[in-house]
Design a protein around this ligand. Structure first.
Ligand code: FAD
Length: 224
């Protein structure tokens, strides 16, 4: 692996439409940093599992966290292989023919093995990364985890050994003989959006929406 790109191996090489494949870290990390939900796949007791979960990137590692009792987190700390997928759907690609309908997307597939983050300071830093990834400004505002909450939480760092990205970002590609068909063709964009904050019914009086929430919503919705 060069410093800037993941080595291409049979496992991480995109085979179908290979020019949509990317292996440079800049592209892959942009895809990872623009999401907070991933799917973690692993084989446990001979059976395949795939689990949706939150994550945060820390340099060349993916951090996972959750209840110490979780199958996925118990498995992840054994050091056995994990595969992690992150997907952004950017648009429906509507072609003149059904055959050429497609999706615009940015996706990343990561291969690696996990280790338990046991050091209390590192664990706390990882939880801060998670919280700040969800909503910048939240860590300093919300109550920090108590010792018993930390004990009930596992944090796993998955070192990224190999990775790939695949991107489609253009309009439909119809066959020449279909170009004169009277069928609308183009892209219907798909965008994730934050809505208006909804206060808890049991919020104590006088607590307004903190400034970092509309600030984040404005930035994210503007990007979308
Ligand atoms: C939102 C979305 C919808 C899709 N819908 C379809 C569909 O309906 N039908 C279909 O055939 N394909 C679909 N794909 C593409 C699909 O993800 C695979 O790329 C496709 O199955 C071809 O895989 P392959 O045989 O080339 O490679 P495989 O042998 O399956 O994979 C080899 C390696 O290539 C890399 N790779 C493959 N796909 C991706 C990816 N999407 N992102 C990052 N790395 C990847 C991985 O490292 C993988 O281990 C979709 C992708 C996305 C993101």
């Amino acid at each position: 692996m060069s410093a800037d790109a993941f080595e291409r191996t049979p496992q991480n090489t995109v085979k179908r439409i290979p020019d949509r494949g990317h292996y440079d870290k800049e592209t892959i990390y942009q895809i990872l940093d623009a999401a907070f939900l991933c799917h973690v796949a692993f084989v446990d007791e001979g059976k395949p599992f795939i689990i949706p979960t939150l994550y945060a990137r820390d340099e060349d590692s993916i951090l996972l966290h959750g209840a110490t009792t979780s199958r996925m987190l118990k498995h992840a700390q054994t050091g056995q292989p994990l595969t992690i997928a992150v997907t952004h759907v950017d648009g429906l690609v509507l072609a003149r023919s059904v055959f050429h309908h497609s999706i615009n997307y940015r996706s990343a597939v990561i291969f690696g093995c996990g280790t338990l983050v046991a050091d209390p300071a590192e664990k706390m830093r990882a939880l801060e990364l998670f919280t700040e990834k969800l909503l910048p400004g939240r860590w300093a505002d919300a109550r920090a985890p108590h010792a018993n909450e930390l004990k009930a939480t596992s944090v796993i760092a998955v070192a990224m050994d190999a990775a790939s990205a695949k991107i489609r970002a253009w309009g439909p590609k119809d066959d020449d003989e279909d170009m004169e068909l009277p069928v609308w063709a183009g892209v219907l964009p798909v965008r994730p959006m934050f809505g208006e904050p909804i206060a808890s019914d049991d919020l104590i009086a006088g607590i307004g929406v903190p400034d970092y929430i509309p600030a984040h919503v404005a930035t994210q919705n503007h990007k979308a």
